[in-house]
Design a protein around this ligand. Sequence first.
Ligand SMILES: NC(=O)c1ccc[n+]([C@@H]2O[C@H](COP(=O)([O-])OP(=O)(O)OC[C@H]3O[C@@H](n4cnc5c(N)ncnc54)[C@H](O)[C@@H]3O)[C@@H](O)[C@H]2O)c1
Length: 357
Amino acid sequence: MNTCTPQELGLQTQFTLPKRPDWRIGVIGLGGISRAHLAAYRSMGWQVVAAAEIDLDRARRAQQQWGIHRIYDRYEDLIADPQVEVISLLTHPTLREPVVQAAAQAGKPLQTEKPLGDDLPLCERMVRMAQESGIPFAVSQNYRWHPAVFFARQIIERGLIGTPYFASIEIHGTQDVELADHDFYAVCDDFLTVQWNTHLADLLRCFVGRDARRVLARTGRMNGQNFRSDNLLISIADYGEGCSGHILHNELLRSEMQRNECRVEGDRGSLIFSVWGTELIFDSQEIPGGARRLEFDAGALPNTFCGPMGDFLASIETGREPTISARRNLATLRQVLAEHRSAQAGGVWVEIEGQER
Ligand SMILES: NC(=O)c1ccc[n+]([C@@H]2O[C@H](COP(=O)([O-])OP(=O)(O)OC[C@H]3O[C@@H](n4cnc5c(N)ncnc54)[C@H](O)[C@@H]3O)[C@@H](O)[C@H]2O)c1
């Protein structure tokens, strides 16, 4: 098969990063995902000057490991800390609105982990609050910055496969076994439909460049599965005239045959890759010679969590809207909440109101 490099296609080979190297970040929540964020920020030289955590043992361990200057048990104190310029909220959605409110009052930019929230009116309220106070407010959807996705997005944006009419993501994983004892994911009611799907629905939106108008989702179980919520999801998204998407997500595997494949079809070509993969295959009518493999060095890109924060900090410097602003992310949230409702109703089409880009 023919090969090519990102350079030959004129693709961006580095994430969009801020000009200032020494941004001062305050982190709220020092749980599991904070380790990925802290490592990412450190790798870029962004300083974590303070953190807020209610579990003080956990906070002390993190402080030692990461050399965080100040630890608070109240997020209000972190937001008031004059050294903190930007807030990174890394808790579950049980804590969102009061932090947005306090950040808005303090005039400090805020990026939150996904999901933005689990209730649409609340999320719309938070977006309004941030808009009215003028603070930049974004969501960390780091999957868009996995290396294969980073290059796939650019291939699509350059029009190399034409106008997308179909995108699909298929995942077969083992989390029903690996996370069987997890204190949150194993017992929540929306593991695939909302918690996970926030990543996948966001990717589909990004691949097709449109927001879903209606969705239909079915979930399924395996006898003897560990998780409380169904660990098999099949969903269809209708993006309007001439464009559909599909997610097949199975976390029930009792084998080592894990698999992940994304496929984007356009009216001038096709694109296939794995979200976590190190290669990408595409065939474009814009480039004669048939299908080719894009060869890229995934290790040359920063950690995926640098992507959303780098974009956010750069957006603050230039005054543009962050790529994944909370306002834009409402469309992802509307889609996953509609999919959850559809699945709960046994798989009926659910219309999604209020979509705008
Ligand atoms: N991007 C990804 O790939 C990815 C992966 C895992 C989790 N996540 C997301 O990250 C978020 C957190 O997940 P996690 O696995 O780290 O959860 P976690 O339970 O391990 O950590 C959450 C932390 O927040 C702390 N906390 C709770 N209330 C607080 C408060 N009022 N003030 C300060 N700290 C408080 C908890 O004590 C805990 O340490 C979730 O929204 C989850 O969906 C994203």
